[in-house]
Design a protein around this ligand. Structure first.
Ligand code: MEV
Length: 321
């Protein structure tokens, strides 16, 4: 086998509506955004453990299903071992991972890396890696990283753009609207796995409340997807309602609430936590007129704001030699 070097990047995502309810089969509205992770895969024509080198977490070695190295590399090790077992690949892999996406912030950092890695690995055996296979392989990593992933983060990193996603059913691509999304970081890291299991325990304890909230979230998501292109006032109002429902599920906190209300009081059309909650980021819908005021208000409470751009392209091959 000749030596290959493949470099891929995949975007981060923000959920505009439908986090958590998407795990239970309701739709989620998600946008791929202009912050990226990168993976470089090199094939080496020899035997020995595969090597994963993460800029942030250090080096791990993978033999069969076993990883020696930092536990946070387990999702990537899983992707590597499923790939080596299921695809006609012989040899050793050297993998380099780097990312601009803040981890544990609700921006789909793990899914973006998983998609870039799955695409780069499959590119060593397929001229055009089939989308279905990239999705399935990336999901192997996500299943290790999070308890019960819906696949929405993987779909956004894979396909890019603004999409309405339904678990196990697929997605519809939508036109991005004219509104501007401002992301404000609470500075609090959190675990998606913990937040997803918190919601699952609410389902056990309060099934009626749970079902009402889920139905309302599904309804809001579809309505936001219909108005985002032409009615920012209504889209913002519905996003804020979605935040209130997420609070009812128990995944907001006083820091996230104060970022949401500061955004709205300083001129945003609406705002909500984005991703699993418990920390991470708040997403505010604004326009050109309000940008300076909302940014100033957020800086004032130490929630670093960042203007996001929706990107039409998902995972991309940057180099193949
Ligand atoms: C995480 O980005 C979104 C959640 O809905 C989990 C999932 O969809 O897998 C909280």
């Amino acid at each position: 086998m000749s030596k290959l070097r493949i470099s891929c990047r995949a975007p981060a995502k923000v959920i505009i509506s439908g986090e958590h309810s998407v795990v239970y089969g309701y739709p989620a509205l998600v946008a791929a955004v202009n912050i990226y992770s990168r993976v470089i895969v090199e094939t080496v024509d020899e035997f020995g453990p595969h090597e994963i080198c993460s800029e942030k977490y250090g080096i791990g070695k993978v033999i069969g299903n076993a990883l020696s190295g930092p536990a946070v590399l387990k999702p990537l090790a899983r992707i590597v071992s499923v790939f080596s077992e299921s695809e006609p690949f012989k040899g050793r892999l050297k993998i380099r991972v780097s990312s601009e996406i803040p981890p544990a912030s609700g921006m789909g950092s793990s899914a973006s890396i998983s998609v870039a890695l799955a695409y780069a690995l499959l590119k060593t055996v397929y001229d055009k890696p089939p989308e279905e296979r990239v999705f399935k392989l990336a999901m192997e990593g996500e299943k290790v990283a999070h308890a019960n992933p819906s696949g929405v983060d993987v779909a956004a990193a894979l396909r890019g753009g603004l999409i309405l996603f339904v678990k196990d059913r697929g997605f519809e691509r939508l036109e991005a609207g004219k509104g501007i999304f401002l992301l404000a970081d609470s500075g609090m890291e959190r675990s998606t796995r913990e937040m997803v299991s918190k919601v699952a325990s609410l389902k056990e304890r309060e099934p009626d409340l749970f079902n009402i909230v889920m139905t309302c979230m599904g309804d809001l998501t579809v309505r936001i997807s219909r108005v985002l292109q032409n009615d920012l006032v209504e889209a913002g109002r519905l996003m804020t309602l979605n935040h209130l429902l997420l609070s009812l599920l128990g995944v907001s906190n006083s820091r996230l609430d104060s970022i949401v209300w500061s955004s709205i009081f300083s001129g945003a059309y609406g705002a909500k936590l984005t991703g699993a909650g418990g920390g991470g980021c708040v997403l505010a819908l604004i326009d050109e007129k309000s940008i300076d005021r909302v940014e100033a208000a957020l800086k004032n409470i130490n929630a670093q704001p960042r203007v996001l751009k929706t990107v039409e392209e998902g995972v991309r091959l940057e180099e193949s030699s």
